[in-house]
Design a protein around this ligand. Sequence first.
Ligand code: ADP
Ligand code: MG
Length: 311
Amino acid sequence: MKKRVVIALGGNALGNTLPEQMIAVKETSKAIVDLIEADCDVIVTHGNGPQIGMINNAMAALTREVEGQPNTPLSVCVAMSQAYIGYDLQNALREELLNRGITDLPVTTMVTQVRVDADDPAFLDPTKPIGHFMTKEEAVHAVNQYDYVVKEDAGRGYRRVVASPAPKEIIELQAIKGLIGHELVIACGGGGIPVVRNGNHLTGASAVIDKDWTSSLLAQEVDADVLIILTAIEKAAINYGKENQQWLEHITVEEAEKHIQNGEFAEGSMKPKMEAAVAFAKSKPGRKAIITQLEKSREGIEGKTGTHIEL
Ligand code: ADP
Ligand code: MG
């Protein structure tokens, strides 16, 4: 039986600028194709932090500079980021597959909508900063002109903050499932395009969903064996950055939950990864989540490194 693996790519797998991304995806593709050679069915997800910032800024400039161009909704910016990142990944993955003589695995990016609840409390308290820093005058203008929520960011200036609600349903799930095993699918990019349901209509929501959370939901829904979250660090730690720091290797869901409760993992970086890992690992016996570094993914899945979370 082939192992089914959902692999979630973090920021360092994609870089911060257009040229950086084009280079980064080459290394990323090697790690992904390593897993395919190790006889895994792989589904790829990814974040979009820097890219959504760029696209949002570019679309805001369009609105400023060209009369009659309305503001671009954040949901549309997420859709654009999925296509752009998907393009670079498809291109690099295709090349890496061909270089290794794998000619029967097409690569596809699924533009993916993810339903969130309109009454998710996250909408009342936007916390996720996106885009460039603004002066006070620019911030006031953005609030008045575009209804942005803007917050002061640690003395460095003002930034737009957006809601980060919980993912409830992957709209294109059946389409994704139909491709697994026949094609290498990239899905749920940037946490998915946030939408709310109005009868049969899905309306884009002004939000950015956490990609770690959506990846966990996807892994559960496609009945994956492994969720592997690739980030900038080889293992998670307790007492992180302190003298008594201790790397975590094989831990139970119960231990992970205790560490989350004790505040061992930073908000917005390691904490959502741990929460996503726990949600997946506890959803069914035999499911395992691994948090490790991109370059270590193969050793990680072989159990030689990384932080492994199981029931
Ligand atoms: P990604 O782009 O992959 O989502 P993040 O920067 O959001 O990456 O999260 C990974 C980072 O979390 C690590 O590089 C590390 O600096 C930080 N981090 C915070 N708390 C911990 C911890 N307890 N153990 C390990 N890393 C931690
Ligand atoms: Mg992150």
